[in-house]
Design a protein around this ligand. Structure first.
Ligand code: GDP
Length: 457
């Protein structure tokens, strides 16, 4: 994925600065040059790259920094916060309100993923307890209504449209009125797209907007459009009251920098990103977590979001308690293995797992490491081997998180003998334990805010 490349380059630039013995203006300049060139290659608008550089230079004033100040940390922090600032317009998007009909209109070019995103969005909020409905006001593209109908049927969401009516304004108005009357609290209006920005598209969009009077207009943008993003997003913003952006196809080869430009052009936050063609491949977008993921720091906020979505509210406090206090033991690892054996690899049938195991399978990097994609069969065999060896361990060993005890050579030899496996297999199992333990502790150190978790955004 190209985005990963961008993250890698920025991280490398920061790293090279960390490796320098002295940090002076020249070192900073070199580091910023490298970051700027990475951003430009990722299609971030030149103007923003320059702004970012200027802002960082302002924060990192070598004359002002007292001796002993940690310049590295200050520079790293300011790079992070500048990237977040670029993605965060500082004003949140309209929040859907329960108990009133929220009307949300989708706009964007043809092929951007608008219709697909309408369904994903409806499906997302349906799971959150809303009663969504979709209106197809796209009379331009043949087959648009059929596509929406098909998607809506699959998600069991009511829809409205027409094969014969050619006036999108009329359809939009009728659809919204009907669903308001039916008590739907989230009415989604999908509008026409065109291949390129043209006057007819914008006139039609404006007319639909005037008649449905949406609470929120969402601009859908294909993440692979590159440098054209800024102009495109701006054109939409200038015509309609865009209040949020959804960036699609982030699973592909997108450079992603366009997303930054769209935020700047519309002064609206990215609220979701599309990560595939399926209905549930829509992720909540948060600038901070996006940037940290970009820089390879693990995506902890989206991890927290996943927990809140997957686990019943009443079980969350207990679970958090366990996570914040518990030590990662071989027994927990064993249980996780049992789970994988029972439930199949990563995230399949996740709903059937117990809460603690659900959480474990969501820890970034946890299951991917245990069960690399495409190696499921080998991994299953490996896990089985590990479990056989663990069957030869004592309760004391299984319940300990003390590496001195667990990895004691004479104990390992005993386990090897008892399970009939070579010693190096036992050592490999301990290495696996160390890695998982590290991931677990990394998560514990987050000190996840309990209140925040119980009150998801
Ligand atoms: P519209 O013309 O803007 O309504 O676009 P569609 O919703 O018809 O989407 C165009 C194509 O992009 C379809 O083949 C979708 O399946 C695909 N698509 C939409 N969103 C995503 C996404 O997030 N990832 C991937 N890989 N494909 C997507």
């Amino acid at each position: 994925m190209v985005l990963a490349e961008l993250g890698g380059r920025i991280t490398a630039a920061l790293q090279s600065m960390t490796n320098a013995t002295v940090i002076d203006e020249a070192v900073l300049k070199e580091c910023l040059n490298e970051i700027a060139s990475a951003l430009l290659q990722a299609d971030v608008n030149v103007k923003f790259v320059k702004e970012m550089r200027d802002n960082i230079k302002k924060v990192v004033n070598f004359d002002d920094l007292a001796a002993g100040h940690n310049k590295r940390r200050i520079i790293q922090q300011s790079v992070l916060s500048e990237l977040v600032r670029m993605l965060d317009p500082g004003k949140p998007a309209y929040q859907l309100k329960k108990g009133k009909p929220n009307v949300v209109m989708f706009v964007g070019l043809q092929g951007s993923g608008k219709t697909t995103t309408c369904t994903k969005y409806s499906y997302y909020y349906q799971r959150k307890g809303f009663k969504p409905a979709m209106v197809c006001a796209d009379t331009f593209r043949a087959g648009a209504f059929d596509q929406l109908k098909q998607n809506a049927t699959k998600a069991k969401i009511p829809f409205y449209g027409s094969y014969t009516e050619t006036d999108p304004v009329k359809i939009a108005q009728e659809g919204v009125e009907r669903f308001k009357a039916e008590g739907c609290d989230l009415i989604i209006v999908d509008t026409s797209g065109r291949h390129k920005q043209e006057a007819a598209l914008f006139e039609e969009m404006k007319a639909v907007e005037d008649v449905v009077n949406p609470d929120l207009v969402i601009f859908v943008m294909d993440s692979s459009i590159g440098q054209a993003a800024f102009a495109q997003a701006k054109a939409f913003k200038d015509t309609s009251n865009v209040g949020a952006v959804v960036v699609t196809k982030m699973d592909g080869h997108a450079k992603g920098g366009g997303a930054l430009s769209a935020v700047a052009a519309t002064k609206s936050p990215v609220i979701f990103m599309g990560t595939g063609e399926h209905m549930d491949e829509l992720e909540v977008f948060e600038a901070k977590s996006f940037v940290s993921r970009l820089l390879g720091m693990g995506d902890m906020s989206s991890f927290v979001n996943k927990i809140t979505e997957a686990i019943p509210l009443d079980q969350q406090p207990e679970l958090l308690e366990k996570l914040s206090q518990g030590q990662f033991t071989l027994r927990i690892m064993y249980e996780q293995f049992q789970n994988i054996q029972k439930m199949g690899p990563l995230n399949q049938n996740i709903q059937k797992m117990g809460p603690l195991n659900q959480v474990m399978s969501m820890i970034p990097g946890f299951n991917e490491q245990l069960m690399p994609k495409g190696m499921e069969k080998e991994s299953q065999a490996r896990i089985k081997r590990f479990m056989t060896m663990m069957d030869s361990m004592t309760d004391e060993e299984l319940d300990s998180s003390n590496l001195k005890l667990i990895a004691d050579p004479s104990r390992l030899t005993r386990v090897a003998r008892g399970s009939g496996r070579p010693l190096r297999d036992v050592q490999e199992m301990i290495e696996e334990y160390k890695k998982m333990s590290k991931a677990w502790n990394g998560m514990k150190n987050l000190k996840i805010n309990k209140k925040g978790m119980l009150n998801p955004a």
